[in-house]
Design a binder for this molecule. Structure first.
Ligand SMILES: [Fe+2]
Length: 195
């Protein structure tokens, strides 16, 4: 497989990821309690639509179709965000969960663009690299703004009292069980750690 083919695969992943975010960001915007966070998510939704357009331009330059890969990674990251939206918390604590979820989506995309930009550069595709860099810069700025808005949210959240323990939902029980399995599976390898 040539690097140009790896690049097309990765870009199709990014295209799917951005399209998934077009559907997920309005839910984060609707769920956010902080007005600032709400407006940041709405603003980034608009940017994300522009990013989809830029990716379409990239595929035009490459003479390839944009569909063909579903991004499982972004699906998982968005699923984490959906969990945060389901949390029975109020105010700043609820928003703190959304900040974590939103930053995960941004950094997932930052990784994707960073890799594809380098591939495009190696292949001498400077116009492709240019368009991808525009998307990357928007993701970096969005992550910075979310982190900026997070400061007051996290501080407020830190002063909130601890929640009373609630019985676990079916989904939480499943997640708890899976996390124990993760730990168990890793245990033999962790023992072999060279110090
Ligand atoms: Fe994006």
């Amino acid at each position: 497989m040539a690097l140009s083919e790896v690049l097309v695969d990765e870009l199709r992943d990014m295209y799917s990821a951005e399209n998934q975010l077009v559907k997920a960001l309005p839910k984060l915007a609707q769920g956010a309690i902080s007005k600032e966070l709400k407006s940041l998510f709405t603003q980034h939704l608009d940017e994300t639509k522009g990013q989809v357009d830029r990716l379409k331009q990239v595929f035009e330059i490459l003479g390839e179709k944009p569909t063909g890969e579903h991004c499982n990674g972004m699906e998982g990251v968005i699923e984490e965000g959906a969990d945060a939206l389901e949390k029975d918390e109020d105010g700043a604590s609820f928003d703190s969960g959304l900040v974590g979820a939103a930053l995960r989506t941004e950094h997932y995309e930052i990784a994707g663009y960073t890799a594809t930009i380098e591939m495009a550069k190696v292949l001498g595709l400077s116009d492709v690299a240019g368009l991808l860099t525009e998307n990357l810069n928007e993701e970096l700025t969005a992550a910075k703004k979310i982190l900026g808005a997070a400061q007051s949210i996290l501080k407020e959240s830190a002063s909130q009292p601890k929640a009373e323990k609630q019985p676990k939902t079916g989904k939480e029980k499943y997640s708890d069980q899976k996390s124990k399995e993760d730990e168990k599976k890793a245990a033999p390898d962790l023992k072999r750690r060279v110090s």
